[in-house]
Design a protein around this ligand. Structure first.
Ligand code: SAH
Length: 277
């Protein structure tokens, strides 16, 4: 969690996820994304809320058995496995972290899905797939790490067949960050850039897509980071054993601030778009 300048490259992001796997698993479980709560009365656990957001991605993907989906930024494969189980589609997942890809393939194998769900190391900036080779593309809370969002969206457009669907979620800059907040949250969450909700659809349309739905789900995801500071203080010993006392001390001091900025200043978007037929 050092302040990193210049901005992290895909190789840096890969190293981060290679190293931070156990830390992120402590914070978030198997899914490396926020949860969706229907309202203040919703008592769902963090995991239940995360799976609900995955289900919202699945519903919008309009994909079925025999069809192919590319999951850009697959994490350790939990969302892709849930998608394949729900729809029968085939999934190719990519990540810049070799460790994640290994874990994700092990997960698919454990679920008996090795033929249907495959993960590989690849950089979304240089997608190694032919034109029109997928029926749907996901970028599930991954674009925030990429050096050039517009370029990745154009790549996604290229590998989708005409009529194919793009579904993504992303963190947005809901309230303008101060320089200090920006430095902290960018380095803490390995961000490369953030868009405002209002400009997001324009960026997606500039890549050739027609946006079908753009939802500002900030209020539903606000709870995601709440309590993570307490979790971290509970896990002090494990964190220090895994990462050393410097990291442990830094996390202990900085994470509550990062979590507070996330909760108070950042937003969250779910977007579905189609490549015109
Ligand atoms: N979608 C997953 C993981 C989200 S974490 C989930 O919801 O659980 C962000 C993911 O984006 C990580 O897997 C990271 O390796 C991936 N990622 C970041 N930059 C990338 C890039 N340039 N190319 C491919 N994957 C990338």
């Amino acid at each position: 969690m050092t302040i990193q300048k210049p901005l992290p490259t895909p190789a840096d992001i890969g190293r981060y996820y290679d190293q931070m796997g156990p830390f992120l698993a402590t914070l978030l479980g198997d899914n490396i994304h926020v949860g969706y709560w229907s309202g203040p009365e919703d008592q769902s656990s963090g995991t239940e809320a995360q799976e609900r957001l995955t289900d919202m991605m699945i519903q919008r993907s309009r994909i079925g058995a025999g069809q192919r989906l590319l999951d850009i930024g697959c994490g350790t494969g939990r969302p892709a496995v849930r998608l394949a189980q729900a729809t029968g589609c085939s999934v190719t997942g990519i990540s810049v972290s070799a460790m994640q890809v290994e874990q994700a393939n092990a997960r698919a194998q454990k679920e008996g899905l090795s033929d249907q769900v495959r993960f590989q190391v690849a950089d979304a900036m240089e997608l190694p797939f032919p034109e029109a080779s997928f029926d749907a593309v996901w970028a599930f809370e991954s674009l925030l790490h990429m050096p050039d969002r517009a370029h990745v969206l154009r790549n996604a457009f290229r590998v989708l067949r005409p009529g194919g669907i793009l579904v993504l979620t992303d963190v947005t800059e809901q309230h303008v960050l101060t320089d200090e907040e920006r430095t902290l949250v960018y380095s803490g969450l390995m961000l490369t850039s953030l868009l405002r909700f209002q400009e997001y659809s324009l960026v997606v349309e500039a890549a050739g897509f027609s946006v079908e739905e753009a939802l500002d789900i900030t209020p539903n995801t606000r709870r995601a980071m709440v309590g993570t500071d307490k979790l971290i203080s509970k896990e002090q010993e494990g964190i220090s054993a895994a990462y050393g006392t410097d990291f442990q001390a830094m996390t202990f001091e900085l994470w509550p601030k990062i979590a507070a900025i996330f909760t108070d200043k950042l937003g969250y978007l779910l977007l579905a778009a189609v490549k015109p037929a």
